[in-house]
Design a protein around this ligand. Structure first.
Ligand SMILES: Cc1ncc(COP(=O)(O)O)c(C=O)c1O
Length: 485
């Protein structure tokens, strides 16, 4: 099924397309085509959407139809549009691009691209030995069918032990192994949320979690996080919970993505108590819990304040170890694990045994790996902060005490325009609006510090160069309301 975008809708998305950076002396049709490509590149305009008829868009933009015809022709030539006579034109992906894990496009030949769209580290050196050791272990499993819907016992034991060590006694039958944290969230939502069910999320939040909620047709209410060090405003969060009484609350208390905030123990306790009082189940995403920096002490796990099985914790191997493993987990009550396993057989049956064995071997040497990751991340974060202070001093950043990202407050509502301009100079960015629901957050940009320090410094240099070009191209301005007299 192809959805359609009307002329006025596309015009709204395009905003100040004629004043976008990089415009310089290009003709209107090329600027329009470039702006549509920009919307596709940052995910604001989906693939497979039917664009408005040329006349409809020309009217909405108050430009000539010839300009729209020429822009559509250019988009067809660059492989961003497919047309059939009588049926219209759809957005598409050029054959020379692939889709990155973050949902953004990457041209196949862009080896020099510095990708700040993905907040994840390359694999640690311990991965290959772990994979070899896992292959040695595999024969123990080969006499069975290989389906383990809740995961192999060795891995569930190892994960349960890590929770217990964090002060949250956990038995292996409270753990279900998944194909990553994202999969864990999707499975939990399948069980906890009927279509149209209410969910409270932080704003900004992790874009793929928002996508999972949209896929379950959740009715989403957002709760705004402050950009400064405090992050959560307790009264506002608890007040919103009491007022909205959502079925589910999805929170990232441990070095929140994208802001890097850490929720204090006292608020964890109050959120859990309030959630219980209003009948909300909490899904607590602990993706970054292993990555405190600067010796920051971690508050107790959110689930340790739970007396009523209201809190489901999800986490995984991706951030401290490697995203390519696709191993995550859910911690909940043992009966709930059984219900999740029953739901799972209709989805993907179980996780690969070999990958689970690799995870077991990595967890065996976790302290050494995680210590090296933290040291590496602290150096990279400081290099990024130093480059920002030197090249973009008007941006405001709060130093994150953990995790892998910082959330920069920019000097204007330029995040999407900046991401488009940065792409031209070989830096991929995830602009602020990707972390919200309604196209706001244009004053913010998430910057991960998962690339080597030299790459981060180089990327900031390139971003700073195009930042100042934006000014020369004329900053997008908010339209003044038209007065009708
Ligand atoms: C908060 C959060 N949850 C979940 C995920 C997805 O993790 P996984 O690779 O384990 O599916 C990420 C990845 O960036 C994340 O930041």
């Amino acid at each position: 099924m192809v959805s359609q975008v009307r002329g006025v809708q596309l015009a709204r998305l395009l905003g100040q397309w004629h004043a976008l950076p990089g415009r310089r002396r290009s003709p209107d049709y090329a600027a329009l085509a470039g702006a549509v490509r920009g919307l596709l590149a940052d995910g604001r305009l989906p693939l497979g959407v039917r664009l408005p008829a040329e006349r409809d868009l020309a009217e909405a933009l108050r430009i000539s139809r010839t300009t729209v015809t020429a822009a559509y022709r250019e988009l067809r030539d660059s492989g961003h549009l497919a047309s059939r006579r009588g049926a219209g034109s759809w957005t598409m992906l050029p054959g020379t691009h692939r889709v990155a894990p973050n949902g953004l496009w990457i041209p196949l030949d862009d080896r020099d691209m510095l990708d700040l769209g993905v907040a994840a580290l390359a694999a640690p050196p311990e991965l290959l030995p772990a994979a070899r050791a896992a292959a040695e272990d595999l024969p123990r499993y080969l006499s069975g069918a290989g389906y383990h819907p809740i995961g192999i016992i060795e891995l569930r034991e190892a994960v349960a032990q890590r929770y217990t060590e964090r002060g949250l006694p956990t038995s292996p039958d409270q753990i279900m192994v998944t194909n990553g944290t994202q999969h864990a969230l999707d499975l939990v939502l399948r069980l906890a949320l009927a279509p149209g069910g209410g969910v409270l999320v932080e704003s900004p939040s992790y874009p793929n979690a928002l996508a999972a909620l949209a896929a379950r047709r959740a009715r989403i209410t957002t709760y705004g996080l402050a950009a400064d060090a405090d992050g959560w405003d307790a009264d506002l969060l608890l007040g919103t919970l009491r007022q909205v009484r959502p079925r589910v609350g999805y929170l990232i208390p441990d070095f929140q993505n994208p802001t890097g905030h850490l929720m204090p123990a006292e608020l964890r306790e109050r959120v859990v108590a309030t959630a219980h009082a209003v009948g909300t189940d909490l899904v607590i995403d602990e993706s970054f819990v292993d990555l405190p920096l600067d010796g920051t002490d971690l508050p107790p796990p959110t689930a340790s304040f739970d007396r009523h099985s209201r809190v489901v914790s999800i986490g995984g191997m991706s951030k401290p170890f490697w995203g390519g493993l696709r191993i995550g987990w859910i911690r909940t009550s043992a009966p709930q694990v059984q219900r999740l396993a029953a739901a799972r057989v209709g989805v993907d049956m179980s996780s690969p045994v070999l990958d689970q064995l690799v995870a077991v071997h990595l967890l065996d040497v976790a302290p050494a790996i995680v210590a090296a990751r933290r040291a590496q991340l602290a150096v990279q974060r400081d290099a990024l902060l130093g480059a920002l202070a030197a090249r973009l001093p008007e941006w405001r950043v709060t130093v994150p005490r953990g995790g892998v990202t910082l959330w920069a407050e920019l000097d204007g509502p330029i995040s999407s325009a900046l991401a488009r301009a940065a792409e031209e100079v070989g830096v991929r960015l995830a602009p602020g609006p990707r972390f919200g629901l309604d196209g706001t957050l244009e004053r913010f940009l998430r910057l991960p510090f998962t690339l080597p320090a030299t790459d981060l410094v180089e990327a900031v240099g390139r971003i700073a160069a195009v930042r100042y070009d934006l000014d020369r191209a004329g900053q997008p301005r908010w339209r003044e309301p038209a007065v009708i007299a």
